[in-house]
Every structure is written in structure tokens, then in C-alpha cells.
Write a protein that binds this ligand. Structure first.
Ligand code: AHR
Length: 354
């Protein structure tokens, strides 16, 4: 990546970060006012200024797992923009900062506050039985969004909507097979660095499983390193920098999200290596965020596998079905695709909304 492009990307990221902070502050003030002034809460029925009876808002307790990536920011915004008062909702959001303990505490708090629905974006896949049983016993439907929960009893949650993370990994592997064939390297030894996402999240487990299948199917694919980048740019940068200090013999870097790919790009550049379409290293990423796709369009990421974060309207569809007395599908997979540099234009990227 050229220094100029990196500067532009960092500027864009800083701008996005500031906007996010402003939005977060506004949301926090809004939520605090609702807690401090229960008498004013629009949740209660009463009279509107025009003398009509105000409609009761549907109260949603949303446990968001954190704020680790551009994807997550887009996901939070999608929820906040969907569950508005104008649309008939009161959204209580809790940011768990990557802690399952905090998510469990937030769910218990939502139950105490007698919310109508709980939406859970779970940080890890296991360990949810107890708290989900509590929600079920209290009669609060739980909608799981994005990553999955693994429970023996699937009646512990009402519905799930998100991506097929294993299929995403498989798409990446199929593409890599083709790419190496086109380059005439299908029999060469290929050294792969794997930067994983947060461990024990279904996003990490699925994408890792996809790569593992590829490694098992190709004797010449060698796993040079596998470390957890926590879905963040900073951690991925550190990992890649340290790997390159030991050896620069890297053919492919498989990053489990765009932010990790940015960190890897920085480390490669520092080590005097290039990546992407005409680079020394093949770079694979997941998410297809605006910045990730821009890096792909610029030829710096060879493949960006889509993981769509715009779940607000999808969760809303589930809730309106339940509100109308219907039964939403237990599982809804989002249709997704992959992107290579040649497929991308500025216009297409801007249209995608994240
Ligand atoms: O669960 C979705 C993953 O979590 C996204 O790929 C990643 O960017 C995010 O933080």
C-alpha cells in the first residue's frame, strides 16, 4: 500500500471513529434520560399533544458484544436506525466490550426491566444456557443476531439471523484454489499466515473451519502461523510485524476481517513487502466494509468475502412477525457474495451502505 493511500485510509477511519463517538454519546444521553425520567418515557400509554391515545412502544433490550471493528459499528448503527421511536420502538442498548459476563448481566437487567424482546449479538458461541433459560422463564423472547449460540435446547431462543461463516470460509478457500491454479502455483509449496478473529466466536470458528478444510485438501498448503487478531487492526498489525521479523516467506495472509487486513497491510509495508493483485503476498479478507472494499478496488486486497452487518431491518421483521402473532423462521441466513478488485467501482461501494 502506498503511504498516501494508507494516510487516506487512516484519515477516513479517524473521521468514522469521531462520527461514531458523537453518535454513541447522543445515544447514551438518550438512554440515560429514559432511565432517569421514567414518567416521561414514551413507553407508557397516555395522550399525545393532539389528544389521541399514544401507542405503547415496543421495548427492545439489545446486548451488543462490543465495538471492535468497522463491521460492528455498521451493525450497531443499523440497529439504532431501525429501532426508533418513530417506528414504535424503545431501544435499550448495552455494549459488553467483548465480555460474555457483561452480556449475561445485561440480559438479566433487561429481564428485570421487563423489556418486550431481547436481541443478543453473542461474543462467544457457548455458555448461554443458564441466562437464556432465565429469559424464557420470564417469557421474554430472545432473538440472536450475527454470531450464533450453541445450546442443546434450541427453544432457548426464538430466532437467529446472520451469516453462514463456514460458507464464507469455504468461498475464500475455493477462490484461493482457483487463484493459485491461474498463477500456475497449484503444486508449489504455499506458506499461509492465518490471523483469526476472537476465539470461540462463531465467526472465527466458521472461517477457521473453512481454511482448515482447504489445508487438509492440499498437502502443499502450509500453515506458517496461526494467531488470534481479535478482529482488530492493532492486534493484527502486532502479530504480523512479529511474524515478519522471524521470516518473510509468506505467500498468503488469511485475515478473518477487514480491520485485521488493514493491520497486516501496515506490517507488510513496514517490512518492505507488497500485497494484493500485483503484490508479493495474496491477501484475503472478510466483511467487505466500505474501507475494505476500497482497499480491494485499489488492488491491495485480493479477495474480500462479504459478511453483511445490516441486520436491523432483518431483526425488525422477526419482531413484527411476533408482534402480529406469527412465527418467524427459526434461522435466517443472509445471502452473500465475494468481491475481487475487477468487480468494484466507487459507485458500487457507496451504494452498499456500510
Ligand atoms: O461476527 C461478525 C464479525 O465480527 C465480523 O466479521 C467482524 O468484523 C466483527 O467484529
Amino acid at each position: 500500500m502506498t503511504g498516501e493511500k494508507r494516510k487516506q485510509r487512516n484519515q477516513k477511519q479517524r473521521h468514522k471513529g469521531k462520527m461514531h463517538l458523537v453518535k454513541n454519546c447522543a445515544l447514551s444521553i438518550f438512554l440515560i434520560l429514559l432511565v432517569l425520567l421514567p414518567a416521561c418515557s414514551a413507553q407508557k400509554t397516555g395522550m399525545t399533544d393532539t389528544g389521541e391515545e399514544a401507542k405503547e412502544l415496543v421495548v427492545i433490550g439489545f446486548s451488543q458484544l462490543g465495538n471492535e471493528s468497522d463491521w460492528r459499528i455498521a451493525n450497531t448503527e443499523s440497529m439504532v436506525n431501525t429501532f426508533t421511536e418513530e417506528a414504535g420502538y424503545e431501544l435499550l442498548m448495552d455494549d459488553a466490550r467483548q465480555s460474555q459476563e457483561k452480556q449475561i448481566a445485561a440480559i438479566r437487567n433487561f429481564i428485570l426491566r421487563e423489556v418486550d424482546y431481547i436481541v443478543l449479538a453473542p461474543v462467544v458461541i457457548s455458555g448461554w444456557e443458564e441466562v437464556l433459560s432465565e429469559a424464557r422463564d420470564a417469557g421474554v423472547p430472545v432473538i440472536v443476531m450475527d454470531r450464533r449460540v450453541e445450546t442443546e435446547d434450541d427453544s432457548l431462543y426464538t430466532a437467529w439471523v446472520g451469516s453462514d461463516m463456514k460458507a464464507e470460509g469455504e468461498r475464500a478457500v475455493r477462490w484461493l484454489e482457483e487463484c493459485l491454479k491461474e498463477q500456475g502455483r497449484e503444486n508449489e509449496e504455499i506458506s499461509i499466515v492465518h490471523i483469526q478473529g476472537s476465539l470461540n466466536s462463531s465467526a472465527q470458528l466458521g472461517r477457521t473451519a473453512g481454511l482448515d478444510e482447504g489445508l487438509a485438501a492440499h498437502d502443499n498448503w502450509k500453515l506458517a502461523a496461526r494467531e488470534c487478531g481479535e478482529f482488530t487492526q492493532a492486534k493484527a498489525y502486532e502479530i504480523m510485524r512479529d511474524i515478519l521479523k522471524v521470516s518473510k516467506d509468506v505467500d498468503v495472509v488469511y485475515c478473518e476481517n477487514d480491520n485485521e487486513a488493514f493491520g497486516v497491510m501496515d506490517a507488510l509495508e513496514e517490512a518492505g513487502l507488497t500485497c494484493g493483485k500485483d503484490g508479493d503476498v495474496i491477501l484475503i479478507s472478510f466483511d467487505a466494509t466500505e474501507l475494505g472494499l476500497t482497499a480491494c478496488m485499489d488492488g491491495l486486497i485480493n479477495l474480500n468475502v462479504e459478511c453483511n452487518p445490516l441486520h436491523g431491518p432483518r431483526v425488525e421483521k422477526i419482531i413484527s412477525t411476533l408482534e402480529a402473532g406469527g412465527t418467524p423462521p427459526k434461522e435466517s441466513y443472509v445471502e452473500e457474495t465475494v468481491f475481487e478488485p475487477e468487480m468494484l467501482t466507487e459507485e458500487l461501494i457507496q451504494k452498499r451502505g456500510y
